[in-house]
Design a protein around this ligand. Structure first.
Ligand code: HEM
Length: 467
C-alpha cells in the first residue's frame, strides 16, 4: 500500500479551508493543477483522506462502476432540511437497490423509439427561438440556449409551455438553479429565516414540487398526450408496480435540472467553437445543406463536432462519489466517507488517447475509438446519463435549425470564460451576432477569456490547463 497521499500544502493562512475555497472557486483549474503537479492520485491537500482526486481511465472504471462502494454525493451533500422538505428524490440522489429499481422503471421512457417522437416539437421550438433573433443585433447566446432547452424540456417532459417566461414553472426552475444547493450562502447559513437564501430555496423547492404534483394529478385524471410524463405514468416494473406521485415529482425535477443546462451549455460551446474554426464550420454547413432540421439528427459531421465539443468542454467536468466503505484506489487507502473525485476534463485530454488534445479537431472522430473510461461525457456505470439519446437528438436538431439559417459570431472583443458550479457553462452574457449562413463575413474576430486556456483555439499553445 502506498504511503502519504500526495498533494499541495495547506493554504498559508487558511489551512485546508483555503484549498477547499480555491477548489470551489474554480474546480477545473484546481483539478488540472493537481493532475499536472501530482499525477494520478492527489489529496485536496497533501495527506488528505477526506477529499481525494483520482485521474485516468483505470480509476474512472474503479470509482464510477462500483455503485455499491461509491455512492453519488448528492444523496449526502444536500442539506438535511432541504431533503426533508422535498416530496421525492430523483435518480441522481439515489444509490443502491432503490436507484436500481427506479432506473429500471424509468428506462423505457428514454429508449430511442420513445424519444424519436419529440423530434418535430424540438424542431418547432428551435425555429421559434431562431425567429426571435434580429440579424445584425447582438444577443446573449447563453441565455437564448438556456431558454430554448428549458422550454423543450418542459414541453417534452410534461406538456407545459413556458414561452416568454410567463409560466410559473419556468420561473421556479430558474430560481432554483440560481440559488444552487451548494452555494456558500446556503451551506454555511442553513437557517429558515426571513431574507435568507436558504429560506428562498426551501420555498421555491416546495412550490415547484407542488406545481409538478398538480400536473401529475391532473394527468392521472385523464388526458392522453405523448410526453415523457405520460410514458413514466405507464411504466411498470416486473411486479406491475408504477411510480408514486412523489417518486414522479422527484424524477421530473431531476430531469429538468439534469436535462436542460447540460444541453444548453454544450450548444453554446459548439456554436462558439465553430465560429473560431472556419474549415470545420464550412464542412458542417455543406453537410446540412438540403437536410430538414429533423434530418440533421443523422448528420455524421454534426455528430463528430458534438463529440469533440463534449470531449473538450464536458458540461460535468468532474464527478464526485462518496466511498461508503473503506477501499483502495491506485494503491492508496480510501477510508469510508472520503469524497473521491474523478475528472472527465482531465481524462479527455490524455495525449496518449487524443493526439493534440487541446485542439478542436472533429475529424479525429473518423478514427478515434476511445474506451468508455477514456471518453465519458455522459458518464459510465450505474448513473450513466439516462437522457443521452434525448440530448443527442435535441442538440443535433437545434444546431441544424440554427446553422441552416445563421452562423453566430461573437462580437469583436468578446470575452468567453467558464463558470463552474455543479456544471460548467459559458460565464455571463455570451454576446454574438447572427449572420445569414450563406453570407458569413470572412474575417474572424478572435475571442478572449479563459476558453483559450481550455482549448488551443489558434494553434498557439497559450494554454496552462493542459499538460
Ligand atoms: C449534453 C447533454 C448531457 C450531458 C453531457 C449529460 C451528462 C450526464 C452525466 C455525466 C451523468 C452522470 C452523472 C454521475 O455519474 O453522477 C448524467 C446523468 C443523468 N442525466 Fe444527463 N447529460 C446530458 C443531458 C441530459 C438530458 C437531456 C437529460 C434528460 C432528458 C438527462 C438526464 C439525466 C439523468 C436523469 C441522470 C441521472 C441518471 C442516474 O443517476 O441514474 N441528461 N448526465
Amino acid at each position: 500500500m502506498t504511503g502519504v497521499v500526495p498533494g499541495p500544502p495547506p493554504h498559508r493562512w487558511l489551512g485546508r479551508r483555503g484549498n477547499a475555497h480555491a477548489y470551489a472557486a474554480d474546480p477545473v483549474r484546481y483539478t488540472a493543477r493537481l493532475h499536472h503537479d501530482f499525477g494520478p492520485v492527489s489529496g485536496l491537500v497533501r495527506g488528505d483522506r477526506r477529499q481525494v482526486f483520482v485521474f485516468g481511465a483505470d480509476h474512472n472504471r474503479t470509482v464510477l462502476t462500483d455503485g455499491d462502494v461509491f455512492h453519488t454525493v448528492l444523496e449526502y451533500a444536500i442539506p438535511a432540511r432541504i431533503r426533508a422538505a422535498r416530496r421525492g428524490i430523483g435518480l441522481l440522489n439515489m444509490n443502491g437497490p432503490d436507484h436500481r429499481a427506479a432506473r429500471h422503471t424509468v428506462t423505457p421512457s428514454f429508449r430511442p423509439q420513445a424519444i424519436g417522437q419529440h423530434a418535430d416539437l424540438i424542431a418547432r421550438l428551435a425555429a421559434a427561438e431562431v425567429d426571435s433573433w434580429t440579424p445584425g443585433q447582438p444577443f446573449d447566446l447563453g441565455a437564448s440556449m438556456r431558454r430554448l432547452t428549458l422550454r423543450i424540456a418542459c414541453l417534452c417532459f410534461f406538456g407545459v409551455d413556458i414561452a416568454d417566461g410567463a409560466d410559473e414553472i419556468g420561473r421556479m426552475v430558474q430560481q432554483m438553479l440560481a440559488l444552487r444547493y451548494f452555494a456558500s450562502s446556503i451551506r454555511y447559513f442553513p437557517f429558515d429565516l426571513p431574507g435568507a437564501p436558504y429560506r428562498r430555496l426551501l420555498r421555491v423547492i416546495r412550490r415547484l414540487d407542488d406545481a409538478l404534483a398538480a400536473i401529475i394529478d391532473a394527468r392521472r385524471g385523464g388526458g392522453q398526450t405523448s410526453d415523457l410524463l405520460q410514458s413514466l405514468l405507464a411504466d411498470r416494473d416486473e411486479h406491475g408496480r408504477g411510480l408514486t406521485d412523489d417518486q414522479l415529482v422527484g424524477q421530473l425535477t431531476t430531469l429538468l435540472v439534469a436535462g436542460h443546462e447540460t444541453s444548453s451549455s454544450t450548444l453554446a460551446w459548439t456554436l462558439l467553437l465553430l465560429s473560431q474554426h472556419r474549415p470545420e464550420l464550412n464542412e458542417v454547413l455543406s453537410d446540412l445543406d438540403g437536410r430538414s432540421p429533423q434530418e440533421c439528427a443523422g448528420s455524421p459531421v454534426l455528430d463528430r463536432v458534438l463529440k469533440e465539443t463534449l470531449r473538450l468542454l464536458p458540461p460535468g467536468p468532474n464527478t464526485a462519489r462518496i466511498a461508503v466503505a473503506p477501499t483502495t484506489v491506485g494503491g492508496h487507502e480510501i477510508p469510508a466517507w472520503c469524497q473521491v473525485i474523478t475528472s472527465k476534463y482531465a481524462t479527455h485530454r490524455d495525449p496518449a488517447v487524443f493526439a493534440e488534445p487541446l485542439r478542436f479537431r472533429p475529424e479525429r472522430w473518423h478514427t478515434a475509438t476511445p474506451s468508455r473510461y477514456e471518453y465519458l461525457p455522459y458518464g459510465v456505470g450505474p448513473h450513466v446519463c439516462i437522457g443521452a439519446a434525448f440530448a443527442d437528438l435535441e442538440m443535433k436538431i437545434v444546431l441544424g435549425t440554427i446553422l441552416r439559417r445563421h452562423v453566430l459570431l461573437p462580437v469583436p472583443g468578446a470575452v468567453i470564460s467558464r463558470q463552474v458550479g455543479l456544471l460548467m457553462s459559458p460565464k455571463g452574457p455570451v454576446p454574438v451576432v447572427a449572420h445569414p449562413a450563406h453570407a458569413v463575413p470572412p474575417a474572424r474576430d478572435r475571442v478572449d477569456g479563459d476558453l483559450n486556456e481550455m482549448v488551443d483555439l489558434y494553434g498557439e499553445q497559450r494554454w496552462r490547463l493542459g499538460w
